[in-house]
Write a protein that binds this ligand. Sequence first.
Ligand SMILES: C[S@@+](CC[C@H](N)C(=O)[O-])C[C@H]1O[C@@H](n2cnc3c(N)ncnc32)[C@H](O)[C@@H]1O
Length: 279
Amino acid sequence: MRIDVLTIFPDLFTGFLSTSIPANAIKEGALSCHVHDIRAHAANKHRKVDDRPFGGGPGMVMMCQPIFDAVKAAESSDSELPAVRVLLSPQGERLTQPRVEWLARQPRLTLLCGHYEGIDERVIEDLSPLEISLGDYVLSGGELGAMVLIDAVARLQPGVLGHEDSAAEDSFSVRSRDGAPLLDCPHYTRPREWNGREVPEVLLSGDHAEVARWRDEQRLARTRARRPDLLAHAPLADSQPLPAHNNHKSAVHVARPTRSNGSPDGDAGPHGQTAPEGA
Ligand SMILES: C[S@@+](CC[C@H](N)C(=O)[O-])C[C@H]1O[C@@H](n2cnc3c(N)ncnc32)[C@H](O)[C@@H]1O
């Protein structure tokens, strides 16, 4: 998978991309990540990327031209790979695991990071990105959102996580028998007793079937207690449900055909993007 990031703060990505899972994904060849400075595309002598808002008011607005040219320049490399454009925005669709899984299956993403009051609406309309929000709060810029997205899709690339099953058994990917996304079970490691607290006996029993059953129960109980809303989730339509501990469906990577404008075929969602499974 290829990811291009468009930002006015490219240095923010240096440490991030050279550490932990994103760095592993790059080292394994599962991910290539290219960070582009929007400022380098400003067609004015001071490399200005923002200006005052029409109509007055506080703050500055990112201008169309540098962003448009930066996106076009980035996407002109490896142009045979169609890109899904993503704008990080508090006004976008809230990021969820089904959307992450869908994005992780795309051959290429172009991530656009806004700043200041935001981006001139006309270039958003022209580029027609999928708008993704981290949540109902406002950040100073889209860079943290881009990093969240890169991390979440990098760990789903084949061969990136140490243990093949670990992504499939994480919260939101693991499913109940009737297809609802669940939270993960609790985890324990050495020592067997710490601060007067014991590891649950069943995990020391060596009985794999019992351990699997206990974990399934824990996932369900935790989800009921902490996120009952997930249990109201629509069941998966296209598969015979598997036991939660054996359900790898949501981490399977299937290449999807994409249209030449980068938006995937299928039911068009907002901005012409296909809705993720289970959304
Ligand atoms: C200060 S914010 C602009 C907020 C905008 N005036 C509004 O109220 O909708 C600047 C940039 O940070 C990013 N950003 C802020 N909050 C975000 C969130 N919750 N999710 C994703 N990106 C966010 C976006 O790229 C946005 O263009």
